[in-house]
Design a protein around this ligand. Structure first.
Ligand code: ATP
Ligand code: MG
Length: 611
């Protein structure tokens, strides 16, 4: 491709809409253009990158035994009603774009394809003889993200590879999962990314496990905790560890003490001269269930620990049926405005006890039974205690009265131990690892590029996708699902690999391997040499651009650096000695090579880089 004929516009200044380096660079280098919030045009250079990434993904999926297909993006609401996700996805959570067609039928734009694929499996898979089956597609997904940002990192329209596997049993599904795990490692390695596979939260679906593939970068939205020995890595949402040992409590008798102005654990511990490990803190949350019920949750946890809200949310989802709901839509720490809606009187904030009286919640207004569910607040606190607080003796905690704490308290005497004992503690960097307490957890930031998931029978059961086993029994299909953000991967590569002058693509996913630059287009020798190299390189399979624009050499060099093509070949002054300059974009190494060596040398470098 000749730059003179390409839609090629680079920007000198950082665009105001971009915050992180990769987003700025992709806009500046003319790879993408914003059309609406979270909606981008992939321009010709970008499309080549996306096709390269897609091709790597495709090859690895095929090698793992998956088959490519293409499923509809326009999906009937009925399928989502069957799985029970229509209302949550279109209304409550609102991630799914939906529409009504001219026949008044409700449809949605696919944010994911479990429903569609399960319906197909239900119709087409009859017997164990057909199993296992693994289908994948590479396609645009639509999600009405609340905060689209960072360009392609979190778009509302983006490209994903999603795969869905169907096995006869758990063991088969685990084998398929292992193959996909290997394929994902291969995809990221081949794309030239530094990454880590981490244990991930599989949310309310449960299942026996899931892993996320994280590209390491400071701008990543996720925190990873890992150990140096390489044996443990997890998303902080999921991570477990050993908390520090609790100190022996300095309190020997139980009493109420005046502790003015000590609303925080730090102030309280300073005032009472005790370690936060001797404190039970009581944290209030508000959970909104999908049927409109609000539940106030009081979590008692050791004073030096924090609540992991993802773990807490999972516990609350497990309790959903108790409130005749199916999931939790929002979990928040209620602010003053939220408290005003349900509190009967001001809460003793900073001094709450594990037995905070239920009378702090307004009693329900008398209403017909059928109206109670919608918008109602459960008039009792849901109390739970984290494992870290269960064994504490003679602890200090709130008294339910502002300005006073109880010290020397014990479960079973001053306070009743909540029936619900949970693990909702947040692991943090510096904690000891469970598998080897001599290892401490380290922290890193990551961009989630892929997620592989042992789904089990959630969708096959709700949608009735069964097969007949060897014994003639009807069994639910055991599923797995596996996603890669193709467009997110491309931008993550830039986030991980750039310098002050621009993008530094790996050969595997660069839009072109090489760019031939003519410093002076009015010099016929330069033009001739460049034209010949350009033709011969492309013929030899080295994907090459030709910068034949009538621009100053300095501008061309800057643009070549900005768009990040791995090798730059300059037909400049040394042509008189039969040589041209070759510059490696990543290392900046420049060398002069005889004209006739260029094609074989480049071919060899590229083959080596793609190994
Ligand atoms: P996230 O937590 O980042 O929202 P997710 O858990 O919703 O991701 P999945 O539903 O597992 O993601 O989707 C599979 C992959 O698709 C993700 O690992 C990610 O790489 C990509 N992806 C998800 N949402 C977006 C988005 N809004 N824009 C670009 N890529 C996305
Ligand atoms: Mg998401």
């Amino acid at each position: 491709m000749r730059l003179s004929q390409m839609l090629f516009v680079t920007l000198r200044e950082d665009p105001a809409e971009a915050e992180i380096p990769s987003h700025k660079l992709m806009l500046r280098a003319g790879y993408i253009r914003r059309v609406a919030s979270g909606v981008y045009a992939y321009l010709p250079l970008m499309w080549r990158v996306l096709q390269k990434v897609s091709q790597i993904v495709r090859e690895e999926m095929n090698a793992a035994g998956a088959q490519e297909c293409l499923l509809p993006q326009l999906q009937p609401s009925e399928l989502w009603q069957e799985s029970g996700r229509w209302d949550t996805y279109t209304k409550a959570e609102g991630i799914m774009f939906s529409l009504v067609d001219r026949q008044e039928r409700e449809m949605g734009l696919g944010p994911t394809h479990e429903e569609v694929i399960t319906a197909i499996a239900r119709d087409m898979i009859r017997s164990y003889r057909q199993l296992p089956i693994n289908l994948y597609q590479i396609q645009t997904k639509f999600r009405d993200e609340i905060r689209p940002r960072f360009g392609l990192m979190r778009g509302r329209e983006f490209i994903m590879k999603d795969a869905y596997s169907f096995d006869a049993d758990e063991a088969g599904m685990k084998q398929t999962y292992q193959k996909m795990n290997q394929a994902y490692h291969n995809i990221l390695r081949r794309s030239g990314l530094k990454f880590r596979a981490v244990d991930a939260d599989s949310g309310a679906i449960g299942g026996s496990g899931s892993q996320e593939f994280m590209v390491l970068a400071d701008a990543g939205e996720d925190e990873i905790l890992y150990t140096e020995d390489g044996k443990y890595a997890a998303n902080v949402e999921k991570a477990n560890s050993l908390p520090a040992d609790a100190e022996i409590s300095p309190f020997t008798t139980s009493e109420k003490r005046e502790t003015p102005g000590t609303e925080t654990i730090e102030k309280m511990c300073q005032f009472l001269q005790c370690s936060p490990t001797c404190v039970v803190k009581n944290v209030l949350y508000q959970a909104n269930y999908d049927n409109g019920m609000t539940v106030l949750v009081l979590v008692s946890i050791r004073g030096d620990q924090d609540v992991n809200e993802v773990k807490l949310q999972n516990e609350l989802v497990k309790l959903a049926s108790q409130y005749r709901a199916s999931t939790v839509l929002a979990l928040t720490v209620p602010d003053a405005a939220a408290q005003a809606k349900w509190a009967a009187k001001p809460l003793p904030l900073g001094y709450m006890a594990p037995d905070l009286a239920d009378s702090y919640i307004k009693p329900p207004k008398p209403a017909p039974v059928e109206m109670k569910a919608a918008g109602s607040v459960v008039p009792k606190f849901l109390r739970m205690v984290d494992k870290t607080a269960v064994d504490l003796k003679n602890f200090a905690t709130g008294s339910d009265e502002s300005g006073y704490h109880i010290v020397g308290a014990n479960w079973g005497s001053e306070f009743k131990l909540p029936d619900l004992v949970v693990d909702v503690r947040k692991a943090v960097a510096g904690d000891r690892a469970l598998h080897d307490p001599t290892q401490t957890l380290q922290t890193a930031r990551g961009i989630e590029i892929g997620h592989i998931f042992q789904l089990g029978t959630k969708y096959s059961k709700s949608m009735g996708a069964t097969y007949t086993n060897e014994q003639g029994e009807e069994m639910p299909l055991v599923m797995g699902c596996y996603g890669v953000g193709v467009s997110r991967l491309a931008q993550a590569a830039v986030e991980q690999s750039h310098d002050k002058d621009g993008i530094v693509w790996s050969v595997a996913i660069a839009p072109y391997h090489a760019i031939v630059v003519i410093p002076n287009v009015s010099d016929e020798t330069q033009v001739q040499a460049a034209e010949t190299l350009y033709t011969e390189l492309n013929q030899a399979g080295v994907e090459t651009l030709l910068d034949d624009r009538n621009e100053r050499a300095g501008v061309k060099f800057k643009d070549a650096d900005l768009i990040g093509i791995p090798y730059r070949i300059v037909t400049g002054k040394s042509l008189k000695d039969g040589k041209v300059e070759v510059v490696n974009r990543a290392t900046r190494e420049a060398q002069e090579l005889p004209l006739e060596d260029i094609v074989p040398t480049l071919k060899q470098w590229i083959a080596a880089a793609l190994e």
